[in-house]
Structures are given as structure tokens and as C-alpha cells.
Design a protein around this ligand. Structure first.
Ligand code: GDP
Ligand code: MG
Length: 660
């Protein structure tokens, strides 16, 4: 039976065997394992009930849920040179950096991914670097390079994770983490606390409930004093997640075999998950280029022929093959056990993310096809707010008329205040006229042209304050528009700037129009005109009659009036001319004090709002929505991140629910 027809979810051991067939083939040695043997050993072990579980974790990892919660995985811990990398190598079929001294200097996450079809490929990623390669023999070098990048070229360590993902049709899904070995004595330039640093790093991993702890202990050391085992017991006091592996059985001193046997049988340090003894490639095997498959043969041969350990082989307590079987079983059991906790964690996270999302307003949709309608929606919302502002003056931060009123009041006060100077000017004009230009006419003032001059001068001087009023209003309206824009488009800097520009341009155009109108007003006022009825009404309402003393002479006969000196006084109205003319100023005042603000409201607020709304609606046509809705604020990023998390978690929840 060809290796490819092996069931999708096979044991870790199987993955090694099949891997070897593909990659080590070139190295001339052929496995003495027959394929039927491989199948016979493992096919029965994997029932259909466990496969969906591994697949579940696989699909959870595929949607990236491991960014949010810890998924079941296996961490390998042990003293330096205890054989961790060798065990991993045997399990995964991937040649990792090995040797004496500190070789593993960063946590290495080894993700084995089963492909339904396709070629072997590896992807190494660390600190923003990502590299895909297609030659398994490159693993060693690339891992060393990554470690040099993260932990320096010498002997330092780092807790930054290197992820090595191996995808192949001939591996099964398993995640193993190789951790730096425990050391006691700093070497070379290692910091004094190197031991503590490594211990902290290991604890970080093994304290997680989702981690199966693989403690690697060489047979030729005293297990009771092994730091790794002690740490595992500390992190997992019940020993539910701890599996011990004894390595280097070939290096045991003669006579110590029974002690080791007792350990494997759990008689020295009992562990609920027990012990497995394996023999990996030793340094001499590597030097002799013994390939992995031959090493497996040698291992079986070693145990079969071992005087003390051969019985362990039958009890499933020895060999890498047995370890692979056991490990996969443990992982599956562990997944089963973890599921309720996993579901609980996912549910709690979903609630948390939903709460967090509430803080951040609804952002743009992530799908491009939904962006156009979304842009329309926010533009219409903005337009509505501008419309409301123009219609009622209301906006989220108060009414614009409250801001405009003081500006208009100032204009009004200015007009009022100049009344005094106007009167003074009129008086001065009359006096000057009487002095310089009066001819033989009676003592009355009747030169309309002179009066017109005064009016013209005075009105002309009103242009500057009117323009100032315009500026004041323009600033308020522009700021208010921008404020609404900012509230509506705060997440979209590009869109916001676009609208800001539009607001500025529209205001500028309107300003030019209003300037022209104000000049027209001033020009019109220089005509000196009002309807007779209007002026008559002003005269009637004024106290001019009283001032002329007319009432006092009401009973006089008409001829008396003319003849008496008192009657003459009536004709002589010199001293009342300024008052009469002042009445005309009242008319100018009334016209200007209202018209200028009305003009400003109409052009700067209402018409500007109309134009802006029009332009905004046009903006939707042919707009580069992706660009306009680009968020570069932290808020945008955070929201996008939260949305993705929520999507991931919800998907995970669905996956778990449907597979139960
Ligand atoms: P690590 O530092 O824990 O990762 O240990 P390594 O896997 O790098 O192994 C350290 C050394 O022990 C290497 O030279 C291995 O070849 C050797 N080694 C590992 N396992 C065995 C074994 O079962 N028997 C023998 N003889 N040597 C082994
Ligand atoms: Mg190592």
C-alpha cells in the first residue's frame, strides 16, 4: 500500500515514517520497516472518533483562534542536552539544530500541518520576518539564523517565539514547542541570571492548562534531582498533563539498569501519565550520518535485545514509535478534556470583545462591495446634520445662532453708536453751510445735496465694519461645518480633509458673493431715499413737533401765527434740522441692522449648506471608496482588530457547537 493512502490523521510516529520516505530517500538508505508494518501498528489505534477532534483543533487554529486563546499543544522541557531536540526530530521528521551547549535559544513552535495534497513546504516566521522554503534540509540553518536574529550571535536567549510551520501531505496536525534547555552555570558572556531567565520562559508555557508537558530526562542522570521534572510538578501538581521521556538508555552505566527500570515503571517518582523510554540518534550516529529511519530500526533492535528493557517494549513503555502513539492519544484526550474550558473561554471572550466594540463606533465594513453603500450612509448622515444646522441652527454642540447673535449685536451696536457722530456731522455741516454758503434765502436749511454728501460719507464708512461682521460670521459657520464634519468622519482622515477643503472653498465663494452684496447695499444707501410715508411716520412718532413748540400755539389764529414773532420761530427751524435729519439715519439703521445679518445667514449659512450637501451627494459618484474610508487612526486599527477577533471567536464557537 503506498504511503499516500495512509489515513489523514495518523500518529506522530507515522508522520515521521512517511516524512522520511519522501525526504530522506536521496540518502540511499531504505527503511527496514515495511509499510504494512507501519499501517498495522497505527491504523487501528486511530478510530474515527478521534480524528474529528484533531481536525477541530486544526480548523480552530486555521481561523487564527490561537491568537485569542491557547489551544492544546505540547511543550518539550528538559535540561540542556537532555535530548529534547532529538525527541522532537524523531517525532516530526524535521532536522532541528542539535548539538552540545545551548542550541535552542528561543522557543520554537513547530506546527505540523497536514495537506490534503501538494508538496512539502516550510514557513519560518519571527519578528515580522516570514520566509517560505521547499527544502527540508534548510530547516537547521534557517532556525539558527532566526535565533541569531532574536537572541544574538552567541549564547544569549530570548523569549521571542520562532514559528516553524511544516506543511506536507505526510505529517499530521500536531503543535510542539521546543524550549531552551535548563542550565545552571552561565557560560561565556551569558548573564548571571540566565538560569532564571530560562526557567521563567519555560514556566510561562507549562503553566498553561492547554499545554501537555513533555519532560525529557536522560537515563544517565539522577531523575529525583532533575530540575525539569520539579518544574513540571510545580506547574502541574496532579501530573495530569505531564509525560516523562527518558533518553539515552544506551549511555547507562552498567549496573544502573534496574534503577532506570524502576523509574520507567513509576516506582521512583510516580507520574499519572507515566514514562516512556526512547533511544535517539547519539552524536556518533550523527557523525556516521545514520539517517532517521535507520535510527528507528536501531532503536527497536536496541530495546528488543536489551536484557532489562525488552519487556518495556511490549508494555508500550519504550521506543519513539510508542511515544508517538502515546503522545497523540494524550493530545486527543487532552483536547476532549479541554473542550468545555475552551468553549467557556470563547464565550467569555466574545462577550468581552462585544463590550469593547461598543466603545468604538461602527466602523467601515471590511468587504469592498459594502463600502460604497456605507460611504453613502455616512455622507447622508452628515448632509442631514448640515441641513438641520442650516434649518434650525442645531448641531450636537449647541445652536449656531447663539454664536452668531453676538456678532450681529456688535454690528447693531456699531450702527447705533455712529448715530451720535452722524448727528454731530449734520450739525457741523449746517453750521458750515450757514457760515459759508448761505445766500439771501431765509434762515432755513434746504440744501439737499449737502445733506446727501454727509449721508454718503457716513454710509461709506459702514462698509468696513460690515465686512468685519462678514468675517466673523464666516469663521463661525466654517468652524461649525467643520465640527459636524469632524464628528461624522473622525475615523476617516482622507474623507474629512476632502470635506474640510470643500467647506473652505464654498465659504470663500460665498464670501465673495456677500462682499459684492454688501457693497451694493452701501451704494444703495448712498442714494438717500425713503418713501414719504415712511419718513412722515418717523416724523409723527418723533418729538419734533413738541420741540418746535407747536402745541403751545395750537389755539392761535393762522394769521397770528405768521405775524407774531412766535410764528416766525416756527419757520426758523435751524436748530431742529439735525434732529429731523437724524430721523433719516434711523431709517438707514433699520435697513442695515437687519439686512446685513439676513444676507449673511442666507449666503454664508443657508446657501453654503445647500451647496455643501449637493457636493457631498455628488462625491459618492465615482469616489475611491476604499481610499476615502481608509482609517489610519489607532481607533480604526483597534476596531478592525476587534471585529476580526469577534468574527474568529464566533466562527470558533460555531465550529465547536457543530462538531459536538
Ligand atoms: P537538547 O539540548 O535537549 O535539545 O538535546 P539534543 O537533542 O541536542 O541532544 C544532545 C545530545 O545528546 C546530542 O548530541 C544527541 O545526539 C544526543 N542524544 C540525544 N538522545 C540520545 C540518545 O538516546 N542516545 C545517545 N547516545 N545520544 C543521544
Ligand atoms: Mg535543543
Amino acid at each position: 500500500m503506498p504511503a499516500r493512502s495512509v489515513p489523514a490523521r495518523a500518529s506522530s510516529f507515522l508522520l515521521f515514517i512517511t516524512y522520511k520516505r519522501q525526504t530522506m530517500h536521496s540518502q540511499d538508505e531504505e527503511s527496514s520497516f515495511s509499510e504494512s508494518q507501519i499501517h498495522g501498528a497505527f491504523h487501528n489505534h486511530f478510530t474515527d472518533s478521534v480524528q474529528p477532534l484533531i481536525e477541530l483543533i486544526d480548523s480552530l487554529r486555521l481561523i487564527g483562534i490561537d491568537k485569542d486563546i491557547d489551544l492544546p499543544s505540547i511543550a518539550v522541557v528538559g535540561d540542556q542536552s537532555s535530548g529534547k531536540s532529538s525527541v522532537l526530530e524523531a517525532l516530526s521528521g524535521v532536522g532541528l539544530p542539535r548539538g552540545s551547549g545551548i542550541v535552542t535559544r528561543c522557543p520554537l513552535e513547530l506546527k505540523l500541518r497536514k495537506l490534503r495534497q501538494g508538496q512539502w513546504s516550510g514557513t519560518i516566521s519571527y519578528r515580522g520576518h516570514k520566509e517560505t522554503f521547499y527544502d527540508p534540509l534548510m530547516v537547521d540553518n534557517l532556525v539558527r539564523k532566526a535565533q541569531n536574529q532574536l537572541a544574538g550571535n552567541t549564547v544569549g536567549i530570548s523569549d521571542e517565539l520562532i514559528t516553524l510551520e511544516i506543511s506536507s501531505p505526510n505529517v499530521c496536525d500536531l503543535t510542539l514547542i521546543d524550549l531552551p534547555g535548563i542550565t545552571r552555570v552561565p557560560v561565556q558572556d551569558q548573564p548571571d541570571d540566565i538560569g532564571d531567565q530560562i526557567k521563567d520562559l519555560i514556566l510561562k508555557y507549562i503553566f498553561k492548562n492547554e499545554t501537555i508537558i513533555l519532560v525529557v530526562v536522560p537515563c544517565n542522570v539522577d531523575i529525583t534531582t532533575t530540575e525539569a521534572l520539579r518544574m513540571a510538578q510545580h506547574a502541574d501538581p496532579e501530573g495530569n498533563r505531564t509525560l516523562a521521556i527518558l533518553t539515552k538508555p544506551d549511555l547507562i552505566d552498567q549496573g544502573a539498569e534496574t534503577d532506570v527500570l524502576n523509574i520507567v515503571l513509576g516506582k521512583v517518582v510516580p507520574l499519572s501519565k507515566g514514562y516512556i523510554i526512547v533511544r535517539c540518534r547519539g552524536q556518533s550516529d550523527i557523525n556516521n550520518k545514520i539517517p532517521l529511519d535507520k535510527a528507528i530500526d536501531k532503536e527497536i533492535e536496541f530495546f528488543t535485545n536489551h536484557r532489562y528493557f525488552s519487556s518495556l517494549l511490549n508494555d508500550d513503555k519504550a521506543s519513539t514509535k510508542c511515544l508517538a502513539k502515546k503522545l497523540t492519544k494524550e493530545l486527543v484526550d487532552h483536547i476532549k478534556k479541554s473542550l468545555p474550558h475552551l468553549t467557556e473561554q470563547i464565550n467569555t471572550k466574545i462577550l468581552g470583545v462585544r463590550e469593547d466594540l461598543k466603545i468604538y463606533d461602527q466602523g467601515p465594513p471590511l468587504e469592498e462591495e459594502k463600502m460604497g453603500p456605507f460611504l453613502s450612509k455616512i455622507i447622508i448622515e452628515f448632509s442631514d446634520q448640515i441641513n438641520e444646522l442650516s434649518r434650525t441652527g442645531h448641531s450636537k454642540n449647541g445652536n449656531i445662532h447663539a454664536l452668531l447673535r453676538p456678532v450681529f449685536k456688535k454690528w447693531d451696536s456699531h450702527l447705533r453708536d455712529t448715530e451720535v457722530s452722524f448727528n454731530a456731522k449734520v450739525k457741523e455741516m449746517i453750521e458750515k453751510y450757514n457760515e459759508m454758503h448761505r445766500g439771501r434765502e431765509l434762515l432755513t436749511f434746504s440744501d439737499f445735496a449737502e445733506f446727501e454728501c454727509v449721508i454718503k460719507d457716513h454710509v461709506a464708512a459702514l462698509q468696513a465694519p460690515a465686512m468685519q461682521t462678514l468675517k466673523g460670521v464666516q469663521e463661525i459657520v466654517q468652524n461649525k461645518f467643520k465640527e459636524v464634519c469632524n464628528l461624522c468622519f473622525v475615523q476617516y482622515p482622507l474623507l474629512k480633509n476632502n470635506v474640510y477643503k470643500k467647506i473652505g472653498e464654498i465659504q470663500l465663494k460665498q464670501e465673495v458673493k456677500v462682499e459684492k452684496r454688501i457693497k451694493e447695499f452701501i451704494d444703495m444707501e448712498q442714494l438717500v431715499f425713503t418713501q414719504d410715508k415712511v419718513f412722515q411716520k418717523k416724523l409723527d412718532e418723533s418729538d419734533i413737533h413738541q420741540m418746535t413748540g407747536l402745541e403751545r400755539y395750537e389755539n392761535l389764529r393762522e394769521d397770528d401765527m405768521v405775524l407774531t414773532s412766535k410764528g416766525c420761530a416756527l419757520l426758523d427751524t435751524r436748530n431742529l434740522v439735525p434732529e429731523k435729519l437724524a430721523l433719516y439715519y434711523e431709517i438707514i439703521y433699520q435697513r442695515l441692522t437687519d439686512y446685513v445679518p439676513m444676507l449673511l445667514i442666507l449666503f454664508m449659512l443657508k446657501d453654503a449648506a445647500k451647496t455643501l450637501r449637493h457636493q457631498m451627494l455628488e462625491m459618492r459618484n465615482g469616489a475611491d471608496v476604499v481610499e476615502l474610508l481608509k482609517e489610519d487612526t489607532d481607533q480604526g486599527r483597534r476596531r478592525a482588530d476587534l471585529k476580526q477577533r469577534l468574527e474568529r471567536l464566533t466562527k470558533a464557537q460555531e465550529l465547536i457547537n457543530t462538531r459536538r
